[in-house]
Design a protein around this ligand. Structure first.
Ligand code: ATR
Length: 274
């Protein structure tokens, strides 16, 4: 039996096992997807586990998407540009980091018929998920991206990377007035995720504008505090399940060389599991 893992902390709430095991079952692949709860400080042990013979790869989630890079044998172009890894694949025994969050996020926006070209966007967060969001959105043709993050140094570092790869995209850091003008506000922090469902990443007194789009990468709960407030303000809301499914399909393709079941069927599988 082959195995794929989810490396993160905490991971108990994750729907990735449901998603990936549905794909393995549908394609009659003799493999299982398992949680590998990895507190900070134990990352090296998790990487050693992925190096063992039965492992075909892993997903990496909060808070390890950037820290994992130093333990891998290499990273592919998708991950080196973004500076974050959400997928590990084995190539001739070597552990290679990749990033399928960019593809996942773009496909989720596409499903919701959001056109990024010319948009003014605010990204809340500056960790691994936020890096993928910023690169996906810049690549999609946004005109301006404002990064808002508790730790300003991380936001500035992400802004510098953005400037290197996308010099034509205007950018700013921690300019809260950008929220009220944004066409799209993305929550790429972990704030609002179970169990802290009463928290919102939105700075106090600020709101997504009417007719704008609010996109939360958090999918547990499906309707976060952030999305509930945005809906009340008249915004279109997109929850994190679509992105989960699309990034997962891309990871599955990298591990197995096979196309996963349709996004629609996997979406149904994760919804069924509650
Ligand atoms: P991931 O790789 O999944 O993005 P991460 O790198 O740990 O995980 O990033 C988590 C993001 O959520 C960061 O932007 C983090 O802000 P800091 O850079 O200031 O740590 C943000 N975040 C997490 N908990 C937060 C909290 N309680 N308040 C504000 N921001 C928070």
């Amino acid at each position: 039996m082959k195995r794929a893992f989810l490396i993160g902390y905490p991971v108990g709430h994750s729907l990735s096992p449901t998603l990936q095991n549905a794909s393995f079952a549908t394609l009659a692949t003799a493999a299982r997807y398992e949680l590998l709860e990895t507190p900070p400080g134990e990352l090296v042990l998790a990487v050693q586990r992925i190096a063992e013979g039965d492992a075909i790869g892993a997903n990496v989630t909060v808070p390890h998407k950037q820290a994992i890079v130093q333990y891998l044998d290499g990273i592919d172009e998708s991950a080196s540009k973004v500076g974050a890894v959400n997928t590990i694949v084995k190539r001739r025994g070597r552990l290679i980091g990749a990033n399928t969050d960019v593809e996942g996020l773009l496909r989720a926006l596409e499903d919701a018929q959001v056109k990024l070209a010319g948009m003014q966007v605010v990204v809340l967060g500056a960790g691994g998920a936020a890096r993928a969001a910023v690169f996906a959105i810049a690549g999609g043709g946004a005109a301006e991206i404002t990064i808002i993050n508790r730790t300003v140094e991380r936001a500035l570092s992400l802004q510098r990377s953005l400037g290197l790869y996308f010099p034509a995209v205007r950018s700013a850091v921690n300019r809260l007035d950008a929220i009220g003008k944004a066409n799209l506000v993305v929550n790429a922090t972990s704030v609002g995720m179970v169990p802290d469902i009463n928290k919102t990443p939105m700075p106090l007194g600020h709101s997504v504008q009417r007719d704008a789009v609010a996109f939360d990468l958090v999918y547990r709960p499906r309707e976060t505090h952030f999305l509930r407030d945005a809906k009340k303000a008249g915004a279109l809301t997109i929850d994190g399940l679509g992105m989960l499914v699309h990034q997962g399909r891309a990871s599955f393709r990298m591990w197995t060389g096979k196309e996963a079941p349709s996004a629609r069927s996997l979406y149904a599988a994760v919804l069924d599991s509650g």
